[in-house]
Design a protein around this ligand. Sequence first.
Ligand code: SAH
Ligand code: SF4
Length: 355
Amino acid sequence: MQDKANINIKDLSPQEIEKFVLDNSLQPFRARQIGKWIYRKGVVSFDEMTDLSKDFRDLLEFSFSIKPSLELEQEQLSEDGTKKYLFKLSDGNQIESVLIPEKGRYTLCISSQVGCALGCTFCMTGTVGKIRNLTPSEILDQYMLVNRYNENCITNIVFMGMGEPLDNIQNLVKAINTLIDPNCLALSPKRITVSTSGLVPKIKELGEQVSVNLAVSLNAPRDELRDEIMPINKRYPIKELIDASVNFPVPNRKFLMFEYVVLKNINDSDSDAHSLGRLLRGIKCKINLLPFNEAYPLPYESPSWERVLKFQDILISYKINVRIRKSRGSDILGACGQLAAKYPSIKVSETRANI
Ligand code: SAH
Ligand code: SF4
């Protein structure tokens, strides 16, 4: 017997599975059957695909692997119900995913890379640097495994975990195509949000390929300040970023979102709130204010609650739809910007190993 090929079948988009089927002179509905077995029924061997012929199952077995590409290392439970999952990849790297229960929904925050190249000064993942992109199967398995551990409760997905999703756009789009395909995971694109620090050409590219929600991490209303805290701004300044964002095709009845991490005495002044109001006035969008989540050794502090409320009031005076996003899972370093996987400085308050 020859060595089995090392391609994970979950690295193929539904379109690529169909091509494989056609290339082997089979009918297209065979691809839909495969999609259902993998993603709906969650089988972990081709032999379980009992409505495919033995010959075809052998061909699949010979061509692909089907086992999960992640191994659960740790699950942590926060006081607020948020759960953080630490997964080991086949090369020993680690990533984290966070499940956030909210009123009427469960949102999974997915990682798209090991580390991140963009080096935003307020973000733990940025301190790691980019180690590598995640494959489509590593992206999808975060959803499949966490969904399985939690009675298939996940209703929404946000690409706000480790990494810059648009710096891994090819694998991101493949994974999204599988997430939304009716024969695979069948999620509505309205329930998927991609968050980006502002890779302007890739925003356009993403919009040409899929229509999902877009969240843009703005974090500063002036180039001078944004250059300082988000180095990517030197390449794609605010005006270009806003232009690309407003042209992004968000799904019907959905709004473009801007994220604004509020850093004490850095970007939280009245004057910055007015600048932000002027910048976004008249744009059909929502703003989420994210009070900075502290994580050693990041050199910033959280603003006071009163400061954030005042900042919000000023934005409301510009008729902007603005919400303050309460930090979730910060006691287990599962909140935005705190994900860094194996960082020895990280303390955990509660740990449940391998459920
Ligand atoms: N790379 C993407 C997605 C991952 S970061 C992006 O930058 O959008 C997800 C969100 O967490 C971003 O809006 C980012 O601005 C925010 N964030 C990063 N560090 C944070 C911190 N320490 N506290 C609060 N939010 C943070
Ligand atoms: Fe990367 Fe996003 Fe963190 Fe910036 S905020 S370093 S882009 S993960």
